[in-house]
Design a protein around this ligand. Structure first.
Ligand code: SF4
Length: 430
């Protein structure tokens, strides 16, 4: 039986809302664990004073330089605030999830058992950086908890100035829009940089994220130093049965208002079924006996909107691969940055393709390690030195796909583009 609870009037109000509350979860754990009683007391103090009372330190496991976030309470001596001695140590283990975050219930139960034995029992699936956060171990139990979790086949993730834990979307296992094998690409890349994850030696953090299609469910364009986003380079595929089914259910008004006018580049239109254009860059599908959707794929910017709305009726093309972007990050020194395209299209089907991806990642990380200032992310480094210099160092030629809004940018000449498309199409036919 644990010690009596501290009064927590502010936390209690969080339990009154319609959703399950983490406070109720912590109270349940506090029935057996004294230190959770004190964690709740400290949290209530934080809410009252609007101050955090956790401080860092140095805690780790044998052979690793990161992966454990030390948390020591500042409220263990008499400092005018209530004292919570039992919460003196409440460290977090960051553990890498499997690609796509697929678990069996059996492994989840085993992870829970291991953490109940050696830690508080409190687990967050998943933290901001994608890790499973095992929260609340004493310094003495950190190694024991890691050994138990490691024996189940899981490894610590990154922390500090290192390659961080990566994330990949649920992928082809449960999503028809997937354009490459995200899980395999994720695992291949991360296995190549384990040393950089476990022994922080970079100027700052470096994150990979893998999204199977341009919906970018991992938000990789905003948040990854190197984002791998699935795409296609041929025409959108169509299925007449499913397109007709959509139209029968939703009608013309919704088709126009929710699909056609929302295409950012006006690539898609409704036409008379008898007047559909033919051509190597045109996709078309009848939605009833008199109307058809017609897409000029030269103008499609792969925003995914029409495909998301008429799922199945429209689908990504057959020639699939990924776009590589570098330099996305949330606010730091120079504000938010979106990733910049460095490779517009890369096939990711074979082992050799994935090795090329690893080679590119290695080049980028090496360059980042040598050229970034301390506490500077890749995007900030590229802003400082210039994209041209970065591309030069990577051995990549500049390409209009790297220019934001190339159609409205006076530095990009588009004369000759139509000839180029015709030449490529003629080559394909031949
Ligand atoms: Fe338009 Fe292409 Fe987006 Fe469809 S995926 S709405 S055609 S830009």
């Amino acid at each position: 039986m644990a010690k009596p609870m501290h009064p927590t009037p502010m936390l209690d109000t969080l339990e009154t809302g319609p959703w399950p509350s983490f406070v109720s979860g912590l109270k349940r754990l506090a029935q057996d664990k004294d230190y959770v009683v004190d964690v709740l007391g400290q949290l209530e103090t934080s809410y009252r004073t609007r101050k955090g009372y956790w401080k860092g330190g140095t805690v780790g496991v044998f052979g690793y330089g990161g992966g454990v976030i030390p948390r020591f309470t500042e409220l263990k001596d008499d400092s005018g605030q209530p004292v919570f001695k039992d919460a003196a140590e409440f460290h977090t283990l960051r553990v890498m999830p499997p690609p796509g975050m697929h678990y069996s219930t059996d492994i989840l139960r085993k992870l829970c058992d291991a953490w109940e034995q050696h830690g508080s029992g409190l687990i967050a699936f998943h933290g901001q950086s994608g890790d499973i956060m095992f929260q609340g171990a004493t310094s003495e139990n950190v190694q024991k908890a890691f050994d138990a979790i490691n024996a189940l086949g899981f490894d610590l993730g990154g922390a500090g100035p290192a390659v961080r834990t990566s994330m990949s979307c649920v992928g082809a296992a449960r999503c028809e829009q997937s354009c490459f094998d995200e899980a395999r690409a994720h695992r291949t890349v991360i296995n190549s940089f384990l040393d950089d994850i476990h022994r922080p030696s970079l100027p700052y953090k470096f994150k990979f994220k893998f999204s199977g299609c341009p919906n970018d469910c991992m938000n990789s364009i905003q948040r990854a130093d190197m984002a791998v986003i699935g795409t296609w380079r041929d025409n959108i595929q169509t299925d007449e049965t499913l397109a007709r089914r959509y139209f029968a259910k939703h009608g013309m008004t919704e088709l126009v208002n929710n699909v056609v006018v929302r295409c950012p580049t006006k690539a898609i239109q409704v036409v008379d079924a008898k007047q559909v254009k033919a051509g190597p860059t045109i996709s078309s599908v009848k939605v009833d006996d008199t109307h058809a959707l017609q897409i000029d794929n030269r103008d499609c910017v792969r925003c995914m909107h029409c495909i998301n709305v008429i799922t199945g009726g429209l689908a990504p093309g057959k020639d699939k691969g990924a776009t590589i972007l570098v330099g996305g990050k949330r606010t730091l020194k120079i504000g938010d940055l979106m990733g910049t395209v460095v490779v517009p299209f890369m096939k990711l089907e074979t082992e050799q393709d994935r090795e090329k991806l690893v080679e590119l990642a290695q080049k980028i990380i090496d360059f980042f390690a040598e050229n970034a200032l301390e506490h500077e992310r890749t995007g900030e480094m590229i802003e400082r030195i210039g994209l041209v210099n970065f591309l030069d160092a990577m051995g990549i030629d500049a390409d209009p796909n790297m220019v934001s809004c190339p159609r409205t940018n006076p530095y990009v000449r588009t004369d000759g583009w139509d000839d180029e498309v015709a030449r490529i199409a003629a080559k394909k036919v031949a």
